[in-house]
Structures are given as structure tokens and as C-alpha cells.
Design a protein around this ligand. Structure first.
Ligand code: 13P
Length: 253
């Protein structure tokens, strides 16, 4: 019998937002009423300088805050880097690792992503491990192979349902307004679930949430979130405005 997975709607603000943007968290809190709170988890991942203030703004609202990346080590001579322990200290409960923008802009490989995911676990936070194919890889029919390789390389052994979330984000769908068909999403998410069975401890893999990310908007969220093995969304641009983000989360009402 499939485990019941509580949907997670997560917002990735990327390198956007100043202190004024914290007002959006207030707006999200207003729409995150008891009914919706009883059904889903809501997470906002602002840039690091806003994390502590975001955690305070979110206090008592049921909204969790997270980070977009971390270093694999706890502390030390790593100028400009931030550890998972530091993120936990300022109120983060989750860390996105292996986002395609990190893989592309900073050359992060699967082994780096795995080391970061292990650091997130060491800090007792939830790792949101991102995977997804490029347009060329999709057109070459390599989507499943690429995503499978990323999963095998990036997910730490012994991950638990509480400590791991997988986000499938086709690179070509990020920020483009393009989305895969529901059949394509179902195929990839089904493969991810099957792969998790091998990678994650027995009794845990069914509880791992698999998010879809890439041009999720209020207008397409219902269709995408209804796909089997889609347990929520990782939202970029549409998470910057409370009305859009809560329009997406609201499909779970
Ligand atoms: P968009 O929702 O802006 O396409 O971004 C998706 C994403 O990269 C979230 O991590």
C-alpha cells in the first residue's frame, strides 16, 4: 500500500528579493489558513541574507524556510561559503542542493551534490535534491538515463523520507514558460520512485516526496500536481509573489 505523502509546495526565490520582499511571507501566511495547513507543507527558500528575517517573519505561520545551497563542510577556511549547520542556526529546515543553476554556474557534479546532501543530513535538515535533463538530452531521448544517473550519483545512502525530497526540474522548463506533458512528468516521476526503491532504505522510499519544478504557475498547477508520484512543486518565479505562490498551493485545498 502506498505511503501517504503530505504534499510540499516549495518556493525558490533564487537571487531575488530584498528585505521588502519579506512582506510576501506575510501575504502567504494570510492565505495559509488552517484548512490548507492541515493538508500541505509550505516552504520558502529566500537568499541567505534574508533567511534569519524570513524565519522570524514565518514564525507561528506554519511556513518553513530553507536555503538554496550549502557547503559540504561544517566550518573552516571557505571564503564566501555557508554550511548547513549555519543555515540550521538561522532557522532553515531544508536546503536545496544540486539545482541546475548551481550545476551550470558553479560546475557542481553529482558527487558534489551528494556531499552537500550529506551535509544537510548531518545538520538534521531536509535535502531537496534537484535533477533534470537539458533540452538536448531530452531531444536525444536520454531523459530517463540522465535523471537516473543524477539520482544514483547525488542521493546519499541511508536517506530517509523525512530527510530527503527529490525535485525533478527539466532544465529547459525552468523560467521558460514551457512544461513537459503530464505523460512525460508521470514517466519521469515513476522512474524516480522506482529508483528510490533501490537507493533509499526499505520502508522509506514510498514516503520520499518527489516535486515537479519548471514554469509552475497557478494556471497549470492543478494539472501537474494531479500526476501520479507528483507530491508537490518547486516553484521559482511564481514564488516571489504571495498571490501566485498561494494560487499554486491552493490547488491542494
Ligand atoms: P521557474 O518556476 O521560474 O521556472 O523556476 C523553477 C526552478 O528552478 C525552481 O527551483
Amino acid at each position: 500500500m502506498p505511503a501517504v505523502r503530505r504534499p510540499l509546495v516549495a518556493g525558490n526565490w533564487k537571487m531575488n528579493g530584498s528585505r521588502a520582499a519579506l512582506a510576501e511571507i506575510g501575504g502567504m501566511a494570510q492565505a495559509f489558513d488552517a484548512g490548507l495547513r492541515s493538508k500541505i507543507d509550505l516552504l520558502v527558500c529566500p537568499p541567505v541574507p534574508l533567511l534569519w528575517a524570513a524565519a522570524k517573519a514565518a514564525l507561528g505561520t506554519g511556513i518553513a524556510v530553507g536555503a538554496q545551497d550549502c557547503h559540504a563542510r561544517t566550518s573552516g577556511a571557505h571564503t564566501g561559503d555557508v554550511s548547513a549547520e549555519m543555515l540550521a542556526d538561522v532557522g532553515a529546515t531544508a536546503v536545496i542542493v544540486g539545482h541546475s543553476e548551481r550545476r551550470a554556474d558553479h560546475g557542481e557534479k553529482d558527487q558534489d551534490v551528494r556531499a552537500k546532501a550529506e551535509a544537510v543530513r548531518r545538520a538534521a535538515l531536509t535535502a531537496i535534491v534537484c535533477v533534470g535533463e537539458t533540452r538536448d538530452e531530452r531531444e536525444a531521448g536520454k531523459t530517463l538515463a540522465v535523471v537516473r544517473r543524477q539520482l544514483r550519483g547525488s542521493i546519499p545512502e541511508g536517506s530517509t523520507a523525512a530527510g530527503l525530497v527529490v525535485a525533478y526540474e527539466p532544465v529547459w522548463a525552468i523560467g521558460t514558460g514551457l512544461t513537459p506533458t503530464v505523460a512525460d512528468v508521470a514517466e519521469v516521476h515513476g522512474m524516480i520512485r522506482a529508483e528510490l526503491r533501490k537507493l533509499v532504505g526499505k520502508g522509506e522510499f514510498e514516503g520520499v516526496r518527489i516535486l515537479y519544478g519548471g514554469s509552475v504557475k497557478p494556471s497549470n498547477a492543478a494539472e501537474l500536481m494531479a500526476v501520479e508520484n507528483v507530491d508537490g512543486a518547486l516553484v521559482g518565479g511564481a514564488s516571489l509573489k504571495a498571490s501566485d505562490f498561494m494560487g499554486i498551493a491552493g490547488v491542494y485545498r
